[in-house]
Design a binder for this molecule. Structure first.
Ligand SMILES: NC(=O)c1ccc[n+]([C@@H]2O[C@H](COP(=O)([O-])OP(=O)(O)OC[C@H]3O[C@@H](n4cnc5c(N)ncnc54)[C@H](OP(=O)(O)O)[C@@H]3O)[C@@H](O)[C@H]2O)c1
Length: 254
């Protein structure tokens, strides 16, 4: 059955670039009106907006790691569209802070920044969006996690922990919100061809990463977007609470 998002209003955080951009493009292709959230790169966000098919899409520049900005994002979106059918918590950051190398200040700062962006912000946005969805009689949320939540992130421990927390948050809310006809899914990508992956990896690490998957390549952002759309669709409501791996069989969970 083809996924149809005609007349749906979809908010994608971190949609100026990478996986968020591919997700915004895919939702627009399926008829949705898309809100493109981003933090600072307005030129990239404007490029994304121009590339979306259909009409009614808008930019929402807000730093979701700041509590009042997250609240303003949902308020602005609902004021613009009158409702929120789908929330995709995609925006995320990855900071390298090796436990045996950084000083305590750097260690604590990495934890605070990472958790604020990757865990607290999605939690607050889920809360705010869910309240509108409850009043409207339903909706869906997809949270973008990571393979790192399962296999460990030795050089980016706050990142791995934030994504494990996001998985637990999503599964808790999937149970709590099902009676309100809100379903919640998680997509856990492995390395994906975006700025985040290319900025993080050295040439040697990239080579090692390519050896990890029998596909010998990174995921394409559109492949992650495909799983996000599936979980956001009405047809996948009964899959609520599930986590879809998009990691090229590089890390298989039992
Ligand atoms: N790429 C990978 O290999 C990979 C693997 C596993 C999981 N993931 C996850 O997939 C998601 C997307 O990753 P990506 O690789 O597409 O990232 P990316 O290319 O680095 O893009 C990050 C996006 O998030 C936005 N953003 C960051 N902090 C924000 C904030 N505080 N408020 C609002 N927007 C913010 C950025 O906005 P600006 O453009 O304004 O900076 C940008 O749109 C993340 O959650 C990441 O953890 C990625």
């Amino acid at each position: 059955m083809p996924m149809d998002f005609k007349d749906k209003c979809v908010l994608v955080t971190g949609a100026s670039r990478g996986i968020g951009k591919a997700t915004a493009l895919a939702f627009a292709e399926k008829g949705a009106k898309v809100g493109i959230n981003f933090r600072s790169r307005i030129d990239e966000a404007e490029k994304t907006l121009i590339e979306l098919s259909g009409n009614g899409h808008q930019l929402f520049q807000r730093d979701i790691s700041i509590k009042k900005e997250a609240k303003a994002l949902i308020d602005d979106f609902v004021n613009a569209y009158g409702k929120i059918d789908v929330l995709v918590n995609n925006a995320g950051i990855a900071i390298t802070h090796k436990v045996d190398e950084v000083d305590f200040e750097e260690w604590t700062s990495a934890w605070e920044q990472t958790l604020q962006t990757n865990l607290f912000a999605p939690a607050h946005l889920c809360y705010l969006a869910a309240h509108h969805m409850i009043k409207a009689g339903g909706g869906s949320i997809v949270n973008v996690s990571s393979r790192g939540a399962f296999r460990g992130e030795p050089d980016q421990p706050a990142y791995g922990a934030s994504k494990a927390g996001l998985n637990a948050l999503s599964q808790s809310l999937a149970k709590k919100l099902a009676p309100h006809h809100i379903h919640i899914g998680v997509v856990a990508p492995g390395f994906t061809e975006t700025d985040m992956a290319t900025e993080t990896l050295t040439a040697l690490e990239k080579e090692k990463m390519l050896q990890e998957t029998p596909f010998h390549r990174m995921a394409k952002p559109g492949e992650v977007a495909h799983a996000i759309l599936f979980l956001a669709s009405d047809e996948s409501a009964y899959s609520s609470g599930t986590i879809i791996d998009v990691n090229g069989a590089s890390y298989l969970r039992s």
